[in-house]
Design a binder for this molecule. Structure first.
Ligand SMILES: [Zn+2]
Length: 101
């Protein structure tokens, strides 16, 4: 199967299969070649190998994983840390961590 490497990215809203719009905020970026989204420049760099993009299967094999419905992160550990952080933040909003009991 031949892949058109220079195919332009359609200028329209990008929705993942769940209908969530993927936006490029902060350090997030999208690859022009494979059109995958990355949560950081580090993750983007990790999916490039010898001037080519890794496939999803190859990225997964290298320990990368997708979070938030469409953003690749460099390592499973990163996504765990991100999820943990958001969980802590959510918990912290409801009940303060400080306890004098
Ligand atoms: Zn790519």
């Amino acid at each position: 199967m031949r892949y058109k490497e220079e195919a332009p990215i359609p200028n329209k809203r990008n929705l993942n299969p769940d209908g969530i719009e993927l936006s490029l905020t902060g350090d997030r970026n999208q690859c022009r070649v494979c059109t995958e989204y990355f949560n950081s420049t580090h993750a983007f760099d990790k999916h490039r190998r010898n001037g080519k993009c890794l496939t999803r299967a190859e990225m997964t094999r290298r320990g990368m994983t997708m979070i938030n419905g469409g953003y690749w992160v460099g390592a499973v550990m990163d996504s765990n840390a991100l999820e943990l952080r958001s969980r802590v933040r959510q918990a912290g909003e409801e009940e303060p961590l400080r306890s004098n009991a």
